[in-house]
Design a protein around this ligand. Structure first.
Ligand code: NAD
Length: 552
């Protein structure tokens, strides 16, 4: 691959650019496209259907070149994966600002996007793909683990031991599901149409077994359920074929969900009865027919999920907008399946908690292990966090640069950032640490079928919040800040913002970290307090977040 030498060049503790923020942006862009990290690096696709890190290889090279020469008081602008300008700003400003896949609301459809994409004018940035903070399946694994843990608490007495979860999709994000289920003690059957994806999850220890036989999958799952031992099985097949077959046979799992890339009916979802090759051919020859078949299959898929729910399974939507597609295809009751955020995650958002992550730029796993020790030492009062860190250390194999994810909340993030910066300053770590998060966070996304579904005050579709999030993080001095459209759930259904900040051990970084790691989760608390959530109001008051109209 063209960029292979760049990996050798941009590694280790030495700086090759004019500052660690520029260097971090290069290393994180490369990491997003690392062959152990990205789902399809040859085509610049990182994860989530067609989520890309750069518009094309020419733009990729221009981004690297721009970052190599970027001064510490300059800012590079990226428009849908293409570098378009460098302006003089100031040292406390971000080094990169990115806007990906944004369309004027009345034009915000896949059809318009694809036309512009075909003309080479845009790219789909997903969430962390276009904003250079994807860290492989680990990025979602704690969120997935927490979701299943909350599901276990609400429905199964606190553990998934002795239960079977059925899901589909073993891609970049969906691949975290089998591991998250087994970490909660349960059994998971994950249906996947692409055998290579199953193999990848087994190689990276996210899944235990592979089978081509539904009979065998059911047999293994039932046995593990009976023995109450954790087990995950990648079952080769199409969810729209296999789920109805399960219902027909009377096999009803305890939990049913889905993480195929249903947000994108053309490139993300494989219609029923098709091989991957057949799907690729039809996609090329007749995209309209493909999309019709795709949405018809999603309707069948969701109907089977509803049947399982009716027969006693706990069902939830896992953030891929499959309910909307099914509803549009005539399944009127699709939204009887609750979304995972209102069902399991929102209480955490109210405290500013979300998928916070950090990456060792040195490439040395020891740097991450030292940060694990830091958490266990400095955050020992947070038992669930410490439990998570121990589990992660034992179960998670790094992909690309060593990284860690942990759901930290308001106050915790700023404290962690300061401590990490001190470790870098004292030379306890071999190189600086990059700190960031998913766009799926407390105050950074408007997505009415996902993160902001069913808000208490009906503010689901208000997209002012992610824009404010990006503006305040840029004002605070994040290293790079992004605003995207369509991530997670597809065109027209979401607006979201990303932020990344580098702890390079300097006093300037300490100041920026303190500001950004306060405002970023702070806005999450504010967004939920403003919507009337009691725990967010209490968090805002207890932590002294200034909200001018909170008491009036
Ligand atoms: P991906 O494109 O890397 O993987 C999707 C997988 O689904 C592929 O391996 C594909 O072969 C498989 N698939 C497609 N149609 C199928 C079918 N009919 N039956 C069985 N398998 C099928 O995507 P990803 O990164 O894993 O993300 C999956 C979805 O989850 C996306 O819609 C994404 O936007 C959403 N998502 C959810 C969260 C969350 O927290 N819940 C986070 C990120 C992304």
């Amino acid at each position: 691959m063209k960029h292979i030498n760049l990996y050798e060049h941009y590694s280790g503790p030495e700086l090759h650019t004019k500052g660690w923020q520029q260097e971090a942006a290069i290393r994180m862009l490369l990491n997003n496209l690392h062959e152990d990290v990205a789902e399809n690096p040859t085509n610049l696709i990182v994860y989530g259907g067609t989520g890309k890190a750069a518009r094309n290889w020419h733009a990729f090279e221009a981004i690297i070149k721009s970052l190599e020469s970027l001064d510490n008081d300059e800012t590079l602008l990226i428009q849908s994966g293409k570098p378009v300008a460098v302006f003089r700003t100031h040292e406390h400003a971000p080094r990169v600002l990115l806007a990906n896949s944004n369309l004027v609301p009345a034009y915000a459809s896949w059809d318009v996007f694809r036309e512009l994409d075909r003309k080479g004018l845009m790219m789909y940035g997903q969430m962390t793909a276009g904003s250079w903070i994807y860290i492989g399946s680990q990025g979602i694994v704690q969120g997935t683990y927490e979701t299943f843990a909350e599901c276990a608490r609400q429905h199964f007495g606190g553990t998934l031991a002795g239960t079977i979860t059925v899901t589909a999709g073993l891609g970049g994000m969906g691949g975290a599901q089998p591991l998250a289920v087994t970490m909660n003690g349960g059994v998971c059957i994950a249906i996947e149409t692409d055998e290579k994806r199953i193999d990848r999850r087994i190689e990276t220890k996210y899944a235990d077994k592979k089978t081509f036989s539904l009979d065998e999958a059911i047999r293994m799952a039932k046995k593990a359920k009976q023995d109450k031992v954790p087990l995950s099985i990648g079952l080769y097949g199409n969810a729209a074929d296999i789920l109805p077959e399960m219902v027909k046979r009377g096999f009803i799992p305890d939990v049913i969900t889905d993480q195929t890339s249903a947000h994108d009916p053309l490139y993300g979802y494989i219609p029923s009865g098709m091989t991957l090759e057949g799907a690729a051919q039809l996609r090329r020859d007749n995209p309209k027919e493909y999309q019709n078949r795709s949405t018809a299959s999603m309707a069948v898929h969701v109907k089977a999920m509803l049947s399982m729910k009716e027969k006693g399974a706990v069902a939830f939507d896992y953030g891929n907008n499959i309910r909307q597609a099914a509803k549009d295809a005539g399944v009127a009751e699709a939204f009887d399946i609750p979304g995972f955020v209102p069902a399991y995650i929102r209480p955490q958002f109210c405290e500013g908690k979300g998928p916070f992550r950090w990456v060792a730029l040195s490439g040395d796993p020891e740097d991450i292990f030292k940060t694990d020790e830091l958490i266990l030492r400095e955050f020992k009062e947070n038992e669930s966090l410490c439990k998570w860190i121990r589990l992660a250390r034992k179960n998670i194999k790094f992909q690309g640069l060593p990284a860690r994810i942990a759901w930290l909340g308001y106050g915790e993030r700023a404290r962690f950032g300061a401590l990490i910066n001190e470790m870098v300053e004292k030379g306890e770590l071999k190189a600086p640490i990059v700190i960031g998060r998913d766009h799926l966070d407390a105050g950074s996304v408007a997505s009415p079928n996902r993160e902001t579904e069913g808000m208490k005050d009906g503010s689901d579709a208000i997209a002012d919040w992610p824009i404010l999030n990006a503006l305040i993080n840029a004002s605070g001095g994040a290293s790079w800040v992004s605003v995207h459209h369509g991530g997670g759930v597809g065109m027209g259904y979401s607006i979201h913002a990303g932020m990344v900040i580098v702890a390079d051990g300097t006093k300037q970084a300490a100041e920026k970290l303190d500001r950004v790691l306060t405002t970023d989760p702070g806005l999450g608390v504010v967004r939920h307090a403003d919507a009337g959530y009691e725990s967010a109001i209490k968090t805002a008051k207890d932590k002294g977040i200034h909200m001018p109209m909170l008491d009036s």
